[in-house]
Design a protein around this ligand. Structure first.
Ligand SMILES: [Zn+2]
Length: 101
């Protein structure tokens, strides 16, 4: 099931070991298809790099259920070790795509 959410969120990178869904895809294209947006800038607040990757992230939610969410990230944020240990805020009006199979 695929769900789309729009807003400002706190996200944390997932390492591949934490992925709920393990199929391989072009995740940026996947994001583009379900968000119906063109990926432009990285989703992390304050980052002005172009997005290049459909990043797998956790989104801070009340129930804290473990889902995979996809957001466009630049390569720098996608490999930023701080983003694997802390939650970072996204830009306003960000689109996150949640899925579970
Ligand atoms: Zn970035």
């Amino acid at each position: 099931m695929i769900s789309k959410f729009i807003g400002q969120y706190f996200v944390k990178n997932k390492s591949s070991k934490e992925y709920v869904v393990t199929v391989s895809r072009n995740w940026l294209e996947f994001w583009s298809k379900y968000s119906t947006r063109t990926p432009l800038k990285c989703s992390i607040k304050g980052c002005s790099y172009e997005s290049e990757i459909g990043g797998h992230v956790k989104v801070k939610t009340k129930n804290n259920k473990d889902y995979d969410y996809i957001i466009p990230l630049c390569k720098k944020c996608n490999s930023n070790t701080h983003l694997y240990s802390c939650y970072y805020e996204t830009k306003k009006n960000s689109c996150v795509i949640r899925f579970n199979e």
